[in-house]
Design a protein around this ligand. Structure first.
Ligand code: ADP
Ligand code: MG
Length: 763
């Protein structure tokens, strides 16, 4: 573009690069997972499909590119009610933005269209039907459209759960706009829906970024209950575990909501309830109370939750299975938004499927029901009649031959189909129901899309089936959920935070979820110590005795058996009895040991070979071991007695007002392990699916907590002297921005954090 032109170009970029825009315009310290990748692709002009959960920050993926690329960004969203808030937020960031929708009076629309044409805005937010509006199309024609962003893009696919016909037009709109860089965003799209999105928008090999579905702080559990009493018992046990924060219990029906809340009340709890049957005012009140923390235990139907973003929900129980994995993920995903541990429990009972089957059957009625309703109406002839679904259902059931009663709900669905075909109108006037029959079409001439009806029913059935599979499956829950949204993710070797990978949480006792065992030895060394211990016991002792011997126990049984005389006595004195028993159990599952009928353990052939081999561990052994063990040499400040003193599951160890000096938890230790394997922070970020910024923060916190790190080789040494000078007392959690501004050595945030980590590790 001509230089002089671009200097006055109303659509010129507002910031130099994404990093600058992030901090200077939006004021965020770092990108969230996935954001950077999407933004880079969009800025490079690549068509991109983004699947990230609600609340993960999808909007930034088009708002930020709007700031750093030339041209106008057109963003499409079906949620007219939110448009004003969104553009207000943009204006607050200093980004000229506006929206146009039917809520605006025409003169105001006119004014905005003129302003768009003059280049007053970088971003325009519209609903999909806006592209059918000539005035709007005229206003944007000829303008340089930089990015075409489509929010809630799953609405374009009939396979999604929220199909909107207006979205189908967007493929053609994209062509009309000259095929600008296209960004399709959604929180919920299976791989099938993703493909459909690309097809409908005619995107050729778009980049697909699926991110944020792994929620490592959420513990997923499914409890199969045979009777309702078992569900109540488990529900209460789970509720009783929560000491702070909020709890949400989802039920499939209003009746269940009342029943569950009564039961909880009997147990001495004070639940609030929420469902669509309550008045608007009541619902608003309850929602406000929940958000304010005044109703920390809420029993609700799925009517609750849209737009609810309470960060400290610690437990979400589904008392009944939801109708789809999407719905489950969306609802359960409201837990632990603050990244602290939270628990998602699904109480499964086969009978609950009937609720959904009933819903499906009546929402997508059999053609015979639709035809039956039509023939009833024909008897009344054309014109308006005081009838409603209930009366029609009554008639049908009285005269019907079928033994299955037709539910008024199914009749209502049939009426809607007939209305869509233009055969009837219906409604309620002055509390009198009416149906206006427009014609007397023969059954076979009905304008009802039977194929579509069938397909949509099948889609719902499939969604239910997939949810059932989640509930009844026997593999990693997190993996199932993540794979559901993208084949390319998941299939990790166990997530370490679901009942399938870690076992059911112990609701009664003090020890909760199976934490990884923190141990000073590298996995290979640990394994050898364990195997040697087993070997020395010569197949005469069970796991408890072997564990006691390795721990250096002075129990009578150990001393009497002279196990304290063995060379391996006390070899693993830094581990607890139950950790050692668990590890010995792991050896058994790896077929490294065998157990005789008396429960005595000895080495298998494989175990013997491994014990004497100097080769690296076979991958399956190492992987499995690492599921149970986090191998971290103790830092100087941490004594071995700290083993197992990790924060308890369900209990928050950090105060609500977070400082940056977090406790070193599992996620930090995983970073540490990769660091010790020699990976640099970028590689660690990639491997762990984190941002480099998070990894650098981990390293700072680790250094601050006394873990030895080897970072000097990654830095060029320019920044360090000045940091030592001016940031002597700096600690993780102290503001970075001020520090960065007071430095005379130029640097970016990554360099700064890296050097801070080095400085902290010198202390
Ligand atoms: P989504 O559309 O994916 O549901 P939003 O785009 O509405 O999520 O973002 C949710 C919240 O997260 C917003 O308040 C937004 O300002 C915030 N947010 C987005 N990106 C970041 C970031 N990198 N750092 C901090 N907050 C962010
Ligand atoms: Mg959004």
């Amino acid at each position: 573009m001509d230089q002089t032109l671009s200097a006055t170009d109303p659509f010129a970029p507002l910031a130099g690069d994404p990093d600058e825009a992030l901090t200077d315009i939006f004021g965020f310290p770092s990108f969230r997972p996935g954001q950077r990748e999407v933004i880079d692709a969009v800025v490079d002009g690549e068509d991109t499909i983004v699947v990230m959960p609600t609340g993960s920050g999808k909007s930034l993926c088009y708002m930020l590119p709007a700031c750093v690329t030339p041209g106008l960004v057109i963003a499409v969203s079906p949620l007219i009610a939110l448009m004003k808030d969104q553009t207000d937020a943009l204006e607050e960031f200093g980004i000229p933005a506006t929206f146009i929708n039917s809520s605006l009076p025409w003169p105001e629309q006119r004014r905005r269209l003129d302003a768009i044409r003059l280049g007053a805005y970088k971003l325009v937010l519209v609903a999909p039907e806006r592209f059918r509006n000539d005035a709007f199309m005229r206003a944007i024609s000829g303008l340089p459209i930089g990015i075409f962003a489509i929010d809630e893009a799953h609405c374009i696919s009939a396979w999604g759960h929220d199909f909107r016909p207006d979205y189908l037009n967007l493929g053609a709109v994209r062509k009309t706009l000259g095929e600008p860089t296209t960004l399709a965003l959604t929180a919920t799209a299976t791989t099938e829906v993703q493909k459909d999105m690309a097809l409908q928008l005619d995107l050729e090999a778009p980049k697909v970024v699926v991110s944020g579905f792994e929620r490592p702080n959420l513990f997923f559990e499914v409890y199969s209950a045979r009777r309702r009493a078992e569900k109540f018992a488990r529900l209460e046990a789970a509720v009783n575990q929560v000491e702070e924060g909020s709890i949400l219990v989802y039920c499939a029906t209003r009746k269940q909501v009342n029943r569950v809340s009564d039961k909880l009340r009997e147990g001495g709890h004070h639940p609030a309830i929420y469902h669509a049957g309550l008045s608007d005012q009541k619902r608003d009140e309850i929602q406000d109370a929940f958000m304010a923390g005044d109703a920390p235990l809420l029993v609700a139907t799925n009517a609750f939750g849209m737009g609810v973003d309470k960060s400290d929900v610690r437990l979400i129980v589904h008392f009944n299975i939801p109708g789809s994995v999407e719905a489950y993920y969306q609802e359960a995903g409201r837990a632990g938004r603050d990244s602290e541990d939270a628990h998602c429990l699904l109480l499964y009972n086969r009978n609950d499927l009937r609720i959904h089957e009933f819903f499906i059957e009546n929402s997508f009625p059999d053609p015979s029901v639709v035809k039956g309703v039509w023939s009833q109406l024909q008897r009344h002839g054309t014109g308006t009649h005081h009838l409603d679904a209930e009366m029609l259902a009554d008639h049908l059931n009285r005269g019907g031959r079928s033994r299955d009663k037709i539910h008024p709900w199914a009749v209502e669905s049939a009426l809607r189909l007939l209305q869509r075909g233009g055969h009837i109108e219906f409604g309620v006037r002055s509390s009198m129901p009416w149906i206006a029959v427009q014609d007397l079409a023969r059954e076979r001439d009905l304008r009802v899309d039977w194929e579509d009806l069938k397909t949509r029913r099948q889609i719902e059935e499939r969604h239910l089936d997939q949810a059932t599979r989640y509930a009844t499956g026997s593999s990693c829950r997190q993996d199932y959920l993540v794979r559901y949204f993208s084949e390319s993710l998941g299939s990790k070797d166990g997530c370490g935070h679901c009942d399938m990978c870690c076992g059911v949480p112990d609701y009664g006792g003090p020890s909760q979820r199976q934490e990884k065992i923190i141990c000073r030895d590298e996995p290979a060394i640990l394994l050898k110590k364990l195997l040697s211990g087993v070997a020395r016991c010569r197949g005469r002792w069970g796991a408890h005795a072997v564990a006691g011997m390795l721990r250096g126990s002075k129990a009578k049984k150990i001393l009497q058996g002279r196990l304290d005389q063995l060379s391996t006595y006390g070899l693993l004195s830094n581990l607890r009895q139950r950790d050692l028993v668990r590890l010995l159990d792991v050896l058994g599952r790896l077929r490294l040991t065998e157990q005789n009928t008396h429960g005595c353990i000895s080495l298998s052939d494989r175990g013997k070979k491994l014990m004497t081999s100097s080769d690296p561990l076979p991958p399956d052994v190492e992987k499995y071991l690492l599921r149970h063990v986090s191998s971290v040499p103790s830092p100087s400040t941490t004594s071995s007695s700290d083993n197992g003193k990790k924060e308890k599951y369900f209990k928050r160890s950090t105060p609500a007002a977070k400082t940056g000096t977090d406790d070193v938890n599992d996620t930090y230790l995983r970073t540490l392990r990769l660091h010790r394997e020699g990976k640099d922070f970028r590689e660690i970020a990639e491997k762990r699916g984190l941002t480099t910024s998070s990894v650098l923060r981990h390293l700072m916190v680790l250094a601050h907590n006394g873990y030895e790190l080897d970072l000097e080789k990654h830095a060029d040494g320019k920044l360090l002297p000045e940091l030592r000078d001016i940031a002597e007392d700096w600690e993780p959690g102290d503001p970075l921005k001020e520090l960065k501004e007071s430095l005379t050595t130029p640097c970016n945030y990554s360099e700064l954090k890296l050097n801070l980590a080095i400085m902290l590790s010198e202390r």
